[in-house]
Design a protein around this ligand. Structure first.
Ligand code: PEP
Ligand code: MG
Length: 918
């Protein structure tokens, strides 16, 4: 941003049918400020927005760069903008007869719900309150507004921004809240609205005294001091703990800063002809094209989000089990509802996306307070994108860019097995705020959630309600369950943003005072650490641990439509890493176009591996080549069967089969009993076996006798595997199938290794052709590129290799010199201190490892222009890495079957982004 010059515009006004800014200025005005300007000033919209102004994010940057001070000209610009607001509203700030009151709110480039501060009713003082009473004829309302200002101001400005550490950990807000609750309790009131003017007046006096005693200074009675105090508090909250943590999770850069919005107050709490609400132009939970929202009569906005009262539905569609009995806005105030419905349609048509809107009705007049692109879960995102495309509202590229690839995870999310749900009765029902199913052990505090999760426990966070302080714990939990709050409460908003399973407003359970258990309506008591299962799609809570299953994607029409667009758009192919017929079928169902990595060694692990493993061990402990050949002949049958079954499933698609990679010691047992048993089975002496196992020991096996080095030392291992591959393919060809194996040599560093192995392959190939009487068995011969030297010498490697597959797990390990198995010991420190921005084993380090890949591709193709290039490391399913692979001209990425849809969408987005760039 640089040092601002004296002509810099720091303040942007909006209201009265015009605005200085617009929606495209989010970086400078923040999302909220830019959208307020758009709503107020764009000729398509011209909505009734209370006038105000935005202090830019550049001021936030300046504030932090200059020891928390402001540019000189800010004051004049603010005064001028305030005057404009006064003119539009017809009231004066600080006026004792008819005071203008304003709100001060944060507004970052990307919304950070509840993470920063807000102060309302600014401008109310002992003097101006008389004016407010005179104008509204409602002293109760005026004193209620005053006590709210005092509470918020003391908390946000005086204590938090003032850096005062609360005594005994109890903040001023809590102290004042307790006083309020005490009076309500004494009088037997259940709602704040029952407090009388006199009681409120006394509370105000008491509040002010408490503030002076606890915080060491009086509540300011000067409106301008209140305004500037609040502005500074919002800027200070950008670096508050909550906002800071949220930015970490959401990867929002610290440098962005927040804008501050100052806006004329309108009141939803002026009586029964006033209200306030939150709504979405489409259902954010399902994506259905229905106006959806909640509101409260005679309330301020914070009351809706705080979840203290059950909000009423805006229309019939928005009713749920908790609000069914409440009259809707449509029923209560039909003409205002029509007006609101008109505005929401106008907004969605203008923005061409689902909008999240806040509105207030003050004495029968509707005001629009905010609009922004609404957060939605993955299921809803897919449905909205597909339907908006089909409605003609957006084009195909826009539809594809609307869904974050990782959001697809939610469609692949587990759900509670419907069969189990038939036989289990739920113990409670709440509001379905975040879909999918989850199970976990109950914890009652965010701190416990974090601690238990760090120990590898799956937890469900159960709270009365959540607040921004809980984000870390919410993030670490499998799911969130709250007893209070509506579909727009903090828990619901945050969980939806993350696509996490969440149930809110579940008043059928009661959390014990000691926060160690909860009791459900049916009497079931669940203690901390016990399992529960949630169906977030229906809002059902089950006692105990139930089975989770996955959705049948093919039944989701919106998903199918979106994926149709994906296929029309992407150019990068997506394959799967799979080595069983079952995984191969799954991969095809998810749209994989081949297998990019079939790890042959999988057959020696897990189910059904006893026989082949025994033979492999026999081969490993063989003393002579003859013995080894004999053992390998026995193994051959297993290997061929295994490969053939997958090739058969993948009929017509390429299958990259990698020859044996792990060091042999991984396949022999190390404890004495198991060794003894093996010696017996193999019919050899224990001492012989022990010596052989000892010989296999290496100090650094990852850099040791593995990959192609095995095939060089024991050519018969290569020969057996290649024979199995080509025979399997030949048999399938004779059956009328179209297998296409690609034989891949792992862990190579010189073309000489490739030549060595190629000679073996050629020999086997000739033999197989003759044996099966075929003229040709189509296959390709290629290598993994996992060692930096192989990338650097790619021009030579490509003299022999017809394809490269970048093994970025090993390539990352060997480029950084970070052990892929031990990085956990120091990675968190590196990330925390920003020595690294991402875990390089999750997302490709584009600068370093990426450079090697680029070099590898360029040099490889300089020798063999048609060289086929792919990636089969874990990065193949990471959206950012997939986009990188597209940009550098790979032919395909390969990832685990469940990530195939994610990679496909990322590939389509990469194609769209490249098109836009060119
Ligand atoms: C790799 O190194 O990237 C790879 C895919 O091989 P593996 O993970 O089996 O070592
Ligand atoms: Mg590897």
């Amino acid at each position: 941003m640089g040092i601002p010059t004296p002509t810099t515009k720091f303040v942007y006004s909006f209201g009265g049918g015009k605005a200085d800014g617009n929606e495209s200025m989010k970086n400078l005005l923040g999302g909220k400020g830019a959208n307020l300007a758009e709503m107020a000033g764009h000729p398509n919209l011209l909505l009734p927005v209370p006038p105000g102004f935005t202090i830019t994010t550049a001021v936030c940057t300046y504030y932090y760069d200059h020891g928390r001070t402001y540019p000189n000209e800010l004051k004049t610009q603010v005064n001028q903008a305030l005057e404009e607001v006064e003119q539009l509203v017809g009231k004066k700030f600080g006026d004792e007869k008819d005071p203008l009151l304003v709100s001060v709110r944060s507004g970052a480039r990307r919304s950070m719900p509840g993470m920063m501060e807000t102060v309302l009713n600014i401008g109310l003082t002992e003097k101006t309150i008389e004016g407010l009473i005179a104008q509204t004829n409602n002293p109760r309302f005026a004193y209620d507004a005053y006590r709210r200002l005092i509470m918020m101001y003391a908390d946000v400005v005086m204590e938090k921004a003032g850096g005062i550490e609360p005594k005994n950990g109890k903040g001023i807000r809590k102290v004042l809240d307790e006083k309020l609750e005490h009076v309500k309790h004494q009088r037997g009131y259940s709602n704040d609205t029952e407090l009388t003017v006199d009681e409120l007046k006394k509370l105000v006096v008491d509040f002010k005294e408490t503030i002076k005693t606890n915080l060491g200074q009086p509540f300011p009675e000067d409106p301008m001091e209140q305004l500037w105090g609040s502005v500074s508090a919002v800027f200070a909250s950008w670096n508050g703990k909550r906002a800071f943590e949220y930015r970490r999770i959401e990867k929002i850069p610290d440098e962005w800063g927040t804008a501050v919005n100052v806006q004329a107050m309108v009141f939803g709490n002026m009586g029964d002809d006033s209200a306030t609400g939150v709504a979405f132009t489409r259902n954010p939970g399902t994506g259905e094209n229905q106006f959806y929202g909640e509101f409260l009569v005679n309330a301020q906005g914070e009351d809706v989000v705080a979840g203290i009262r059950t909000p009423a539905p805006v229309n019939e569609y928005s009713k749920n089990d908790q609000s069914r009995h409440l009259p809707s806005l449509e029923q209560l105030m039909p003409s205002l509802y029509q007006e609101l419905d008109g505005y929401q349609k106008r907004l969605e048509g203008h923005y061409k996306d689902m909008q999240d809107i806040e509105f207030t009705i003050e004495k029968g007049k509707l005001y629009m307070l905010q609009c922004r692109v609404g957060k939605r879960n993955g299921v809803a995102a897919v449905r909205m994108a597909a339907e908006m495309f089909e409605e003609g509202l957006i084009d195909s590229d826009t539809a594809l860019m609307r869904v974050a690839p990782t959001q697809l995870v939610e469609l692949l999310l587990p759900m509670v097995d419907p069969k189990e749900e038939l036989v289990h009765a739920p113990i409670a029902k709440g509001l379905p705020a975040g879909p999918g199913g989850a199970k976990g052990r109950v914890v009652f505090t965010s701190i416990d959630a974090v601690e238990w999760a760090a120990k590898g426990e799956k937890v469900i966070l159960v709270r009365e309600e959540t607040s921004p302080e809980d984000v870390d714990g919410m993030h670490k939990s499998q799911a969130i369950l709250t007893t209070k709050g509506g579909m727009t409460s903090h828990a619901a908003l945050v969980a939806r943003g993350w696509g996490k399973c969440c149930i809110v407003g579940c008043n059928e359970i009661h959390i014990a005072d000691d926060h160690k258990s909860f009791r459900a309506k049916d009497g079931t008591v669940v203690h901390e650490g016990e399992w529960i299962t949630l169906n977030g799609t229906k809002g059902l809570v089950y006692n105990g641990e139930m089975k989770l299953t996955s959705i049948d994607l093919n039944l989701n029409q919106s998903y199918s439509k979106l994926m149709e667009l994906v296929n029309q758009t992407k150019t990068l192919h997506v394959r799967a890493n799979a080595d069983t017929p079952k995984d191969a079928k799954q991969a095809i169902a998810f749209g994989a176009e081949g297998i990019g990595l079939f790890r042959t060694e999988h057959m020696f692990y897990g189910e059904g591996s006893d026989d082949p493993l025994f033979r492999l061990r026999k081969m490993i402990v063989s003393k002579t080549e003859d013995e080894r050949r004999h053992a390998l002949d026995e193994l051959y049958t297993f290997v061929k069967k295994d490969i053939k079954s997958t090739l058969e499933v993948m009929d017509g698609f390429p299958v990259t089969i990698r020859l044996l990679d792990p060091p042999l010691h991984e396949f022999v047992p190390h404890d004495k009993d198991k060794l003894q048993q093996l010696a017996k089975e193999l019919g050899i002496r224990m001492s012989v076996l022990k010596r052989r196992v000892l010989e296999l020991h290496e100090n650094n096996p990852m850099l040791g006798h593995r990959g192609v080095r095995l095939g060089v030392s024991y050519p018969e291992i290569t020969v057996t595997q290649v024979r199995a591959i080509l025979s399997a393919a030949a048999e399938l060809i004779l059956d009328g199938k179209k297998p296409f194996p690609e034989i891949m040599i792992p862990v190579t560093c010189t073309v000489n290794e490739l030549r060595h192995q190629k000679a073996l392959v050629d020999k086997v190939y000739e033999g197989a052709k003759a044996h099966f009487g075929l003229d040709e068995i189509p296959f390709m011969y290629g290598t993994m590129i996992e060692i930096p030297r192989a990338a650097l010498k790619a021009n030579h490697m490509a003299e022999v290799a017809e394809f490269f597959s970048f093994g970025t797990n090993d390539l990352t390990q060997m480029s950084f010199g970070f052990s892929r198995d031990d990085i956990g010991g120091f990675l968190p420190i590196y990330l925390d201190q920003k020595l690294l921005h991402d875990d390089p084993f999750q997302t490709i380090d584009q600068e370093g490892v990426g450079e090697l890949i680029r070099i590898g591709i360029d040099r490889g193709r300089s020798t063999r222009p048609e060289l086929e290039v792919g990636i089969c490391g874990e990065h193949g399913g990471d959206p950012e890495s997939v986009k990188f692979c597209h940009r550098i001209g790979m032919n395909y990425v390969s990832c685990s079957p469940f990530r195939v849809p994610i990679a496909r969408l990322a590939a389509a987005q990469a194609a769209i982004e490249s098109k836009a760039k060119n």
